[in-house]
Design a protein around this ligand. Sequence first.
Ligand code: GLC
Ligand code: GLC
Length: 650
Amino acid sequence: MYEQASHSLLNEILVDLKPEIGNMRLRHFYTRLGANFYAIHSLFHLLYGGRPDFKEQMVSLVETLALRYIERSPPLRRSDLARGKDYNWFLNQKWIGMALYCDRFADDLKGLRTKLPYLQDLGINMLHIMPILDCPPDNSDGGYAVRDFKRIDPRFGTTEDIEALAATLKKRDMLLVLDVVVNHTSNEHEWAQRARQGDQKFQDYYFVFDDRETPDIYEETMPEIFPVTAPGNFTWDEEMGKWVMTVFNNYQWDLNYRNPAVLIEMIDIILFWANQGADILRLDAVAFLWKKMGSVCQNEREAHLLLQLMKDCCQVTAPGVLFIAEAIVSPGEIAKYFGEDAINAKECEIAYNATFMALLWDAVATKNARLLKQGIKNLPVKLERATWLNYVRCHDDIGLGFDDRDVQLAGYDPVQHRRFLIDYFTGRFPDSPARGMPFGENPKTGDARISGSLASLVGLESALASQDEEAIAAAIKTILLLHGMILSFGGIPLLYYGDAVGTLNCLEYLADPSKAADNRWMNRSTFNWSKAEKRHQTGTVEQRIFSALKKMIALRKEVTAFADFDNRQLLMVDNPNLLVFSRCDPQNARNRVLVVGNFSAEAQTLPGDALRQHGFFLQESMKNLCSGERIVLEGDAIAVPALSCYWLAD
Ligand code: GLC
Ligand code: GLC
């Protein structure tokens, strides 16, 4: 859009730019800056327009974008242009992600390169390496308390190692996902150190207060994220003699985005990692970016403006790079991280589908799909060119973030139902086979979340202990059913590193005092390569899970109806145990798949009527893609075995 005020400011800025920038050949840069400048300027003005140094800050932002563009390597610039042409590339069904810890899966970045064949064997082609930046050894929050945003922790390797890994991945047609922890720094970060020494410039990077007056006002409305290990949202810093805002752990200082210098630093960091070859950046804890007194300090409008700015700036310098929003918030709020006032994603192209994840766990505990169906029905419509990251487990706890109205519509009392789920997954509920632990139990609110590995939560651990073959089979089926769902739902499936071989809870963390109080570590075990080897041995648990997953993954890549073009339709069938939805290839309506998940421990029937109404089963039989066999209507219904999933095609 052409707008006089922003256009003349752009001209002034271009004149003011350092001569070495002005003289470089920046054709694509200037074109994109011109196209995005109106948006960047307007957003920057909305956030910082009242400041006397507004123009200097604007110049500094544009300089940052230009300097990082100059540094962007020719292959990455070519990839930007190619992705610009094939702009729906990431909606394709061929992408399958996995999240893993570099040191727990391999020793270091070099070692990780040698493990790529394992990932490719399974069919993984998008690799999220959990944070690898320099952190204090003890107070690291698993890598999310960063001490230096541009330095790889020497335990993992060097910048050259990550560049080499990025290049290897590219050759293998695999994507690299890296984290940028945008909301906070470690208290040992240089900015925090300088703030502690009394440097006002850096105290302004954080929320720092002389006394409790303002913190107390904030506390009236701010929830606690880690109520057990880090109660309260402020920490007294002895050296500084002041209070500092620490929403997560007390050693994680929240950055203050009311200061434009903070935003510019962070955009610089984002572009730095884009230039190291990351295809996708996972922006951590984005819901928390803007703090406002009197609010819960999550999902504030300004947090969205900041993300839009980050996106627009990335669009200028590294347009081929995508963002993942890690916003584990209520169903209605999550979709807003794609961008609100747009048709196409204008914030993050990808977001964790925390709602679907939590709903799947509900179906596991209740053994029916009531709430799952209700929750999916009310999932907000998402934008075009935006996609979900669908996952079953990750390195964090499971929050029961459903909408209370959905819980009621499914026929449950929200408080009692959440209590049941916690009891079920922590094994307190009679006969529950799950072996999880409560996380962040808050006696003030009665809230709790759940920790534990996928296999232990679905009952594999208890079944193996009692050598109960039937229970082992049920646990394996549940693991496959859950993956069958995330592979077909629409979006990019994200597996978690131990899950393809049935990794159980790991209690080693209890021996480490810096981890013992945080039971999320029970699901962050060292990958056991000799256990993984058993995937080659017929009949082992590892082989039963791995080979079935591998098959489903390969299949998904072939089914064009599984690409994400908002092409899912939920079928409201009467049987409460079944989740049924159809996926259709928008290019070719005849390519469609009916996905049926049975969450009950008993076989279920799905009436032919319901299917014919939606144009399925007109031929009396359909092919189950997962097994290759044809399913025939029996007594005008199809029988769906217990805890299993069908992908049916004509
Ligand atoms: C994200 C991470 C989590 C971390 C938190 C604070 O939610 O996934 O592990 O504790 O941010 O950085
Ligand atoms: C995340 C989420 C919270 C989660 C925590 C990490 O950002 O907001 O639900 O439990 O941080 O565990």
